[in-house]
Design a protein around this ligand. Sequence first.
Ligand code: IVH
Length: 680
Amino acid sequence: MSSAPPNQARAGELRQLLQRAAHAYYVLDAPEMEDSVYDRLYRELLELEAAHPELITPDSPSQRVGGAPAEGFSSVEHRIGLLSLDNAFTPSDLDAWYSRLLKVLDRTGDLAMVGELKIDGNALALSYEQGLLVQAATRGEGERGEQITGNVRTIASVPLRLQLENPPAWVEVRGEALIPDETFAAINAERAARGETLFANPRNACAGTLRQLDPKVVAARRLDFFAYTLHLPKDTPQGPSSQWQSLQWLQAAGFKVNPNAELLPNLAAVQAFFSAWDTGRRALPYATDGVVVKLNDLRLQDAAGFTQKAPRWAIALKYAAEEAPSILLRLACQVGRTGVVTPVAEFEPVPLAGTTVSRATLHNADRLAELDLHAGDTIVVRKAGEIIPEVVRVLSELRPAGAVRLELPQVCPECGSELVREQGEAATHCVNSSCPAILRGALRHWVSKGALDVDGLGAKLIEQLVDRGLVGSIADLYGLDAALLASLERMGTKSADNLVAALAASKQQAWHRQLYGLGIHHVGEVNAKALAKAFPSAADLATATASTPESITAVFGIGGEIAQSLQQWFATPANQLLLRALEQLGFPLAAGPEEPGAISETSLTGQTFVLTGSLPTMSRSAAQALIEAAGGKVSGSVSKKTSFVVAGEEAGSKLSKAESLGVAVLDEAGLLELLKAGSG
Ligand code: IVH
C-alpha cells in the first residue's frame, strides 16, 4: 500500500485530533485540549483545505458551520417512522401498563427495563450511511419530517462520522435535541434586550432554532443532543440485543448518551427511579418532563409490538404538571428598552416548581384579550424550572359579581404618552424616546455583559440616576463624578470610585460591543459582530446605511429588516447627537488594530463572493469556508459591489444578474485557481 502524500496525511491527522478534542469537550464533558491549541490546529486545517480543496471531507470539522441559508426545508420520509409514547401519570397507570405487557408476552414475574430521563426537547432522526451523517430530520407527523441536515450539522455533540472501524451500511439514530437552561436564559436575555418576544420555554426555543433557515444562527444557539434509539440493518453482526446495549453502542459510536439511564430489574425499581428524578431533575442543567421506561430485551420488544401510535414495550411516566390556582390582584405593565409594553398579571403568591411566584407574563394585548381577565378572577398559573411563569387559563365560573375587566392602558404607565400599536403587530409600544423606562432599559443594555460590560452599575442604581434626573442619555453616564455617586443610596466612596474607573475602562471595549450596546432594534450580539467586521467604524456603517444599503445586506446573516432598522437609527437626530457625544468622550466607535473589523490583509480581503447553483465537487458550505478562510466574504445577493459570482449547475437569477451588472463569473475550477493564487 502506498502511503498518503504529506498534505493529505496531515489533513487526516488534524481532522482526527480535532474530532477527538471536540468529542472530549462536547460529548464526554472532559476537555482534553486547550482552546488555544484547538484554535491553532483548526486554523491549520482551514489553511490546508483552502490551499488544497480536494482534501476537504464531509466530516471535516470545517464542514459543521457555514452552510448557506436555506430557502425552506424539504419534507422527507423516515426510513423507520418515529412513534410517540403512551403516558402514565399515576402508579396505577404504570401497573396497568405492566400487567398488559406481561399478558401480551404471556409471561409472569419480573421484566428487566431501562429507565431513561424524558428530555423535554425535540426528537430528531439522524441517518448515517457508511458511517457518514447524510441526513437529519425532525419528527414531523411521525412518517415524514423536515430535512434540516445543515442545521443539525452545527450541533457539536452530533458526530459527523461514527467512531467505528467498520460502520454498518446504514444506521438510524433517534434522540432529543435540546437547549440547556443556561443557554436558554441567555437567548431570552438577548431577545429581551432587542425588544423581541421571548421564547416561552427551552423546547419552543429549540424547535424555533431547528427551523431557522440560517445555520449560522443555529450554530450560535449551541444546541445539544442526547441519543436514545438505535436502528441497524437486520443482519448486522454483533448488533445489540437489548436497549442497554444499544445505549452502549451509541456511546461507543461517538454519541452523547444521557448518563442517568439505569437498568431496572423490576417494577419497584421503576417506581423508585421515577420518584428519585422527580426531585433530582431540579438540579439538572436542562428540562425533563418525566422518565421513559423501555423493555430492555429487543426480542421481547418485537414480540410486544405496537398499538396504533405507540410501542407497547415503552411508556412515559410524566410528572404532574406544575400548575396552581391563584387569585388575580391587578394588571401591571412593563415598558421595555425598545418601548414594547408587556402586560403582567400580579396575583396572590403561590409555590410552583421550587419557587414562589406572584407575577406572570401575559405576553401581549391579544393574549390579554383572549384570556378575558377580570380583577379577582381565579386563574391557573404554570411554571416549570426555567420556564417563565404564565397564566394558562381563567376559571371564569368563579368570577366575583361585578368584577372589572382588565385592559392595557391607553397611555404609557411610565411617561403618560399615548401608546401605539402598529397594524399587524402583536406588540404595543411607547414611542416617546425620552420615556424613563426606555432610558433605563437603554442604560441597562449599554452596561450589560455582552455590551460594554460595566461592573457595579445595576438596575437599582440606574433607577436612581434616571429618577433624580442625573442621567438623560448613555453619554451622561461618563460625566458622573465619584462624589455625587458616593452620595446615592447603597453607594460608598469605594464603589463610586470603582464605578467611575469601570466606566472609563469601558471606552476601550471592542467596536462590536459598542455597536451592540447602542441597542439598535434587531442588532443583537451575533449581528453586531458581523456588522462590525464588515464596517470597521460607526462612520462607515452610517454612510453605508444611507448611501449603499445593499452593502449592508451583503453581510452574511443581515437581512432587509435589519438594514432598515439601522437606516432609521442612524437617521434619527437624537442618535446622531449620541454618537457625537460618545466620540467627544473618547469612544473610538471603530475597530482597534486587533479586532475582527481589522482583519489582516490577504489577496482576497475585501472581495465579496456570491455562490449560486451546485458546484461539481464541492458543497456550497465547503466553498464558503474556503473563501472565508482566505479572507473573502460570501454574500447571499448579487450587487454592483460583488467581486465574483461562483456559478455551478442550474445557476438561476443570480447568474443573470451578475451578467447584467458585469460582475465576473467563475466556475469551481476558476474559484480554486483564484484561491491557490491567493494563498501563494
Ligand atoms: S423513546 C418509540 N426516549 O418523548 C420510542 N423518547 O412523548 C419513542 N423523548 O417523541 C421515543 N426523551 O421526543 C424516548 N429517553 C427518551 C426520550 C424520548 C424524550 C421524547 C421524544 C418522543 C416523546 C414522546
